[in-house]
Design a protein around this ligand. Structure first.
Ligand code: KG4
Ligand code: ZN
Length: 382
């Protein structure tokens, strides 16, 4: 079964083509991600309308690249009713022009299933992907399976781990979400806790912006943090001792803002400023890691999880992963004896089409007609 998957929930335009064979064997034929970082860097963050425009620009060329890479691009012509396609892409006129040209010059590829992220995420961005999937589904007459983006961040781990033991606890940490999820099996989820305000990735991004670092802030803070030790500057660990599994990161950002205002008045030389930025980065990163680890390990113990799954852009952070490993090792003799920690490779931590393809494979029977498929910015996993 060949699955073509589309992911446009935030600022990455991703299309993957995957062949799912017997016994859950996944062969990745293509996984192309066109990043919009350069554009959003100029403005210090993602503006949904701008991201939507970029997705419209990129989708057709990312589709062509992924079909080419998979050996599935065939020249020729595919017929369709112009008025129907116009209706589907009514709100994406730039995309309409490009995809019409594509259909006029290419035959239907050998694909069995289309999948698309339909939520959660930035509403205008989700809709471009969904309408693109609807257009392909209509013209090619191939069914669609919609995919929850958070579930994608969890199930992408099946690429490298064929047998995940349940119950598992998943920590999904991205630019838009921070959730601790009880995973009883594929498709069986319960959100145990989540952030009450900013997501962990958002906190990295906002603190980086305060420090004058470019977007996205997570990797920038990580790089600077390597040059200093946490604890030189002291920041709070919000909600670290509350008995629930919830988080709050907006206070941390405010604390960084106040500290930064004072530091800017005090620091004179460039060298002093660099030292301060590195120390602040190390402390911000550590404060985020401390709360993430404390709450997640508590959930792992409370629910006697056999696997701890990390996912989402922030799980690309090396320090987070190594401190999770250490926390588990130091608890081995007690509650966490058989626990296995799994996380995706860096390119699959951040948004990509393959996570959508893998998730669609598990839900391959949940097809939705293109006529009724909708995006849902607030889609919940449980
Ligand atoms: O999952 P993702 O690509 O998009 C969303 O679904 O939001 O996550 C993007 C987030 C950004 O906030 C980015 O700063 C953060 O992931 N991120 C990192 C690292 N790499 C990306 N945060 C900390 N350390 C990193 N190495
Ligand atoms: Zn994501």
């Amino acid at each position: 079964m060949k699955i073509l998957a589309i992911e446009t929930s935030c600022d990455d335009t991703g299309i993957a083509i995957m062949e799912a064979g017997e016994h859950g064997r996944f062969e990745v034929l293509a996984n192309i991600v066109s990043s919009q970082i350069k554009i959003h860097k100029k403005y210090g963050g993602v503006f949904p309308a701008m991201a939507k425009r970029e997705h419209q620009k990129n989708l057709t060329s990312v589709l062509i690249q992924s079909l080419k890479k998979s050996g599935l691009l065939k020249t020729g012509n595919t017929g369709f009713k112009t008025s129907e396609l116009q209706n589907i892409l009514e709100r994406e006129p730039d995309l309409y022009k490009k995809i019409v040209l594509f259909f006029k010059n290419h035959k239907k590829p050998n694909i069995d299933l289309i999948s698309v992220t339909n939520g959660p995420g930035l509403e205008p961005c989700l809709w471009v992907g969904v309408n693109f999937a609807r257009a392909l589904s209509y013209v090619w007459d191939i069914p669609i399976v919609p995919v929850n983006h958070i579930e994608g961040h969890i199930l992408v781990n099946f690429l490298e781990h064929k047998k995940i033991k349940f119950p598992a606890i998943a920590l999904v940490v991205s630019g838009g979400h921070t959730q601790i999820i009880l995973v009883k099996g594929v498709g069986k989820y319960k959100i145990l806790g989540e952030t009450r305000d900013d997501a962990a990735g958002e906190c990295f991004d906002k603190c980086a912006k305060i420090l004058g670092l470019p977007y996205p802030g997570g990797p920038e803070i990580f790089k600077l943090a390597e040059k200093a030790k946490p604890g030189e500057i002291k920041l709070p660990r919000p909600m670290i001792n509350t008995p629930d599994y919830d988080f709050s990161f907006s206070g941390l950002k405010t604390a960084v803002l106040y500290a930064d205002q004072k530091a800017t008045l005090r620091l004179r030389s460039g060298q002093e400023k660099q030292k301060y930025k590195a120390e602040m980065s190390a402390e911000v990163q550590q404060a985020i890691i401390d709360v993430l680890i404390k709450k997640t390990i508590k959930a792992v113990k409370d629910y006697k999880a056999k696997t701890l799954i990390l996912g989402g852009g922030v799980s690309a952070n090396k320090e987070l992963k190594s401190q999770f490993e250490k926390a588990i090792e130091s608890n081995r003799s007690t509650a966490l004896t058989g626990l296995e920690l799994i996380f995706p490779p860096v390119n699959l931590s951040t948004d990509n089409g393959l996570m959508t393809a893998i998730t669609a494979y598990f839900h391959r029977n949940k097809k939705v007609p293109w006529k009724t498929l909708k995006a849902d910015a607030n889609l919940r996993i449980s």
